[in-house]
Design a protein around this ligand. Structure first.
Ligand SMILES: C[S@@+](CC[C@H](N)C(=O)[O-])C[C@H]1O[C@@H](n2cnc3c(N)ncnc32)[C@H](O)[C@@H]1O
Length: 248
């Protein structure tokens, strides 16, 4: 996952998500009187959020499992003229010497964890990485997103321009609550097109399960929203939950 596809990801609309998250964060920080200095971005991908936070003056560490995403992230930081520490890490086994004020995990990265024990293990790692009183803010796709929104069409063309072509073919396993996206992409270099095939799987976790994992990991829930922009409760039709938690 996120091998050659990283390039297609970076060329697409995807990085807009965490760019928006960076813009929406300040009111959330104010709401909880958070004044974080150090930031850990878990599953940082190609670095859009980490770089935005570094530009705002925060010392930032970004971790991801994908070498390719990290390569693009380092390039982005270099181009934007900021220092960010990017490390290749599996989010299921986070361990750092230092502790952070704020941890984030954006754009349904946690849905990639297909086993509940992995979700809990990740939360435990985040807790270990935080200072006492530190905050963890993240989003996850819910069942509505994965079983309804993703499944509306048997195939979706995501990108189609002179350099890039990308198509998704989704399916849903109701027993395991896992959505699979078969992704086929083409990247042009000169007259040649390179084909890329990847299979991405995301699991839907109900709120009670997420809450249990947070509790077991020692993270206290401060807010659960269906919209981080409006900070409103989850309503039917919201495809995503946004959660603010604290190490306590
Ligand atoms: C949808 S992308 C989101 C990237 C970034 N957070 C953003 O908002 O653009 C999901 C990311 O999760 C990462 N990821 C998936 N499983 C992971 C794991 N076990 N440990 C670390 N990163 C993981 C992938 O490599 C990918 O970069």
């Amino acid at each position: 996952m996120y091998g050659k596809f990283a390039e297609i990801y970076a060329r697409g609309e995807y990085p807009r998500f965490s760019a928006a998250a960076a813009g929406l964060l300040p009111p959330v920080l104010r709401q909880f009187k958070m004044k974080p200095r150090t930031v850990l971005d878990v599953a940082c991908g190609e670095g859009t959020f980490a770089v935005a936070m570094a530009k705002n003056g925060h010392p930032v560490t970004g971790v991801d499992q994908s070498r390719e995403m990290l390569r693009l992230a380092r390039m982005r930081a270099r181009t934007e003229g900021v220092r960010v520490r990017f490390l290749r890490r599996d989010m299921r086994s986070l361990s750092f010497r230092e502790e952070f004020d704020l941890a984030t995990c954006w754009y349904d990265s946690l849905n990639y964890l297909l086993r509940q024990e992995d979700l809990e293990r990740t939360f435990r790692g985040v807790r270990r990485a935080l200072k006492e009183g530190g905050f963890f803010i993240f989003d996850m796709n819910n069942e509505h997103a994965l079983s309804v929104v993703w499944q509306r069409n048997p195939s979706n063309v995501q990108q189609d321009d002179a350099e890039t072509f990308e198509v998704h073919r989704p399916s849903w396993d109701p027993k395991r609550r896992i959505a699979t996206l078969r992704i086929t992409g083409f990247i042009r270099s000169g007259k040649m097109w390179t084909r890329i095939d990847e299979e991405h799987r995301e699991r839907a976790y109900g709120l009670p399960k997420i809450r249990r994992c947070l509790r077991n990991a020692g993270l206290r829930e401060l807010a659960v929203w269906g919209s981080i922009r409006d900070m409103t409760p989850v309503r039917p039709g919201n495809g995503r939950v946004w959660i603010v938690a604290q190490k306590s």
